[in-house]
Design a protein around this ligand. Structure first.
Ligand code: MG
Length: 375
């Protein structure tokens, strides 16, 4: 099989830096969408992709294991370097193995298979709104424009361990694979993405068109697109060393970019994992726990008010693993009356303090909107 590649990463029209990264290292391809203030997102996505690339070259572990190691690498870096504390990243990787492609995935970047004019999503978003769709609380269409669609339930680098989704899909000549960050899917409906993939044969042209249209639609986020076209090898084409065409290097990130505040939080799944890890960590050493807890932030309820906490919303052996940092004037009961915040008392995890403050602000706005007559 021969692979023709189109790839591009664009800052978009609103962000001041590009926190997305991409990896094009046939037969391994990946996109990552970093988050976390003060260059954190940029570092997180880059460290994650560099790690899987290195492990792949060393032939260490399976793709899913490489992604787990990338998680660990981002997590450790964020523990060591205050400048990037609390950073995280999505990661969606595709590894071609003969007649199959193996997809490993964490977060809300996506992999799609375009075949015979149909676009099939190969990954599941690890987002709060996806869970709400699964539970029948909102429709798929509502999810596309939901104000909280970027709240992740899983990301790389946030905890010492992460669960990686993996899928293996049979592929053949004529198939087109798309890897992209949410800067594309948040701007263009899938029907439009499908049409462009169907209309433009050249993978680089198609990638550029997708980015241009996402920018024309607002370009509110960084946009990264990798398109992989599979062609049956001709007789003299060695299958595993196929040449690549149409590949252009990604736009380098803006130097000295102003950090974009993180706009994401993770929720209960992550908390459950966190608590498990905290329990294990306590057995290892209280100093480690202290450092770990100091780096954790969440939004919860204190004395009937929405509050920002440091630590995790749990207690172990009667010891509370958190402390209130700020009690806000926002009434917790009014917030929890809104479907999306109904579990607020269990805590909404934040990447850092700034992220926690942003979550509070979103809650405040939503509560005010509901009070003003919104549903
Ligand atoms: Mg993004």
């Amino acid at each position: 099989m021969r692979i023709r590649i189109g790839a591009t990463s664009d800052i978009g029209r609103v962000r001041e830096g590009n926190e997305d990264s991409l990896l094009v290292e046939e037969p391994l391809f990946a996109v990552a969408d970093g988050m976390g203030g003060h260059r954190g997102g940029e570092v997180a996505s880059r460290v994650a992709l560099e790690t899987i690339q290195r492990l792949f070259e060393e032939r260490t572990g399976t793709l899913a294991e490489q992604v787990e190691r990338a998680n660990r690498a981002v997590f450790e870096r964020s523990q060591l370097d205050r400048e990037v504390a609390g950073m995280g990243t999505t990661l969606t990787a595709a590894l071609f193995e003969g007649t199959h492609v193996r997809v490993a995935h964490v977060g809300d970047s996506r992999a799609y298979l375009f075949r015979g004019a149909r676009l099939r999503r190969l990954t599941e978003d690890h987002t709060l709104v996806h869970r709400m769709v699964e539970e029948g609380e909102i429709t798929e269409t509502e999810a596309e424009t939901h104000p909280h669609r970027s709240i992740l339930t899983r990301a790389l680098g946030v905890d010492p361990a992460v669960r990686v989704d993996e899928a293996v899909v049979e592929v053949g000549g004529g198939d087109r694979l798309l890897l992209c960050t949410d800067g594309l899917t948040g701007m263009l409906p899938e029907a439009r993405i499908r049409d462009i993939l169907g209309q433009i044969a050249d993978p680089q042209e198609a990638a550029d068109r997708l980015v241009n249209e996402a920018n024309a639609a607002g370009g509110v986020d960084n946009i990264t697109v990798v398109i992989l076209d599979l062609e049956e090898s001709t007789g003299d084409d060695p299958p595993s060393t196929a040449t690549t065409v149409g590949w252009a290097p990604p736009t380098p990130p803006e130097p000295g970019a102003v950090p974009r505040p993180p706009a994401r939080a993770r929720n209960r799944i992550r908390l459950a994992i966190t608590v498990g890890i905290v329990v294990a960590t306590i057995l290892v050493g209280l100093v480690g726990v202290r450092l770990f807890l100091d780096s954790q932030w969440y939004v919860g309820v204190s004395d009937g008010q929405v509050a920002i906490f440091r630590g995790v919303p749990a207690e172990v052996a009667g010891i509370e693993l958190h402390s209130v940092v700020v009690e806000t004037p926002v009434d917790a009961e009014e917030a929890m009356a809104l479907e999306i915040y109904r579990d607020l008392d269990e805590g909404i995890t934040a990447a850092d303090r700034q992220d926690a403050e942003e979550i509070v602000e979103r809650i405040r706005v939503d509560v005010a909107r509901a009070a003003a007559g919104g549903s």
